[in-house]
Design a binder for this molecule. Sequence first.
Ligand code: GLA
Length: 375
Amino acid sequence: MKKLNVILMLSMSVLLLFGCSSDTEEEMTEEEVVEVATLQETFGEYFDVGVALSTKTYETYDISLYQEFGTIVCENEMKWENIQNQEGVFTFDSADKIAEFARENGFEMRGHTLVWHSQTPTWVCTVPADATVDEAIEIVLERVETQFVALNERYGDVIFAWDVANEVISDSSDPNEIYRQDSIYYQMCGSDDAKFEYFISEVFKMVESINPDVICYYNDYNLEWNQVKRDKTITFIENVEAYGAEVDGIGLQSHNDISMTKETYASAISDFEESGLFTELSVTELDISVYTSDSQTEMVVLDEATAQTQAEVYADLFELFREKSDFVANVTFWGISDLSSWKDNYPVVGRNDHPLLFDDNGKAKLAYDAIMNFE
Ligand code: GLA
């Protein structure tokens, strides 16, 4: 998984050979090798560093930029709507391109994502009107299995971890509303917490039985700072595991902004570590927006001061990830560069953001230098 960026610099130098008469000058070529450590090389002893790529972004830059990273995840290409939008009709073309890129260049991949309420066609949870909830669960479980078998057959060689379930926890501040109410999966389970937990536990068991080597993750957003959501997540995993399933990893998406602090993030890591429920944690979709308000429409220019603030947040987080490296397994950025980030259209359409380590030209920003320069 380790990549080595070697810059060969050939320098011509004229050496005057001592002991020779002045008319026996000899010209020699000296080869100077300068090794520049990549992100993966620098942090590999602590955790792997990954990047989300799409068919739009995987060929934009010179390969050396991609080789900064050790692992890849598809931004959209392995989501249900792109693999099996219509029941039984599989389209692998886009995911194939990224997987081939991964194989050719020696990257391992995270699989993203299996059970998710979004970017999933409605047929997945549509069952006959007279089906009971228990029957509906069995029908949908079979469909989820078909989907996973297809993905695993095609990409199992290159995928080391799967986001088996994504974003099932409700954002409500009501601690008793554990699950996202508008999820097609939750509704298919009769909006019944216990049945939904059973359903999810069966999905985790199925993935484990088909590919025992894959690391099975639960993945969600805002867990870094939202204590109520974190507590619900822990309850959810306890209940799922009570049905005999094993959830190996917790994925913190980490779509954060420049107000994030090391202390805030640290308590999230501690909560999940102390719960004893997971063998590892991954930062799965990291980006640090330069906006701290979801409603701000005025554009932020990445001037020196803003870039510096962002760099400090990144540096603090990476210091924390290194300190917690016994538990933190992978840190993945949600995009290769600021040229193409989903943050340019979320939460405000057309609001240019600058959330990643590399600028539009693939040039390292201050944030890159800040995380790389540590004692
Ligand atoms: C969530 C999903 C990702 C992606 C981002 C936005 O975090 O898990 O797959 O869709 O939203 O790009």
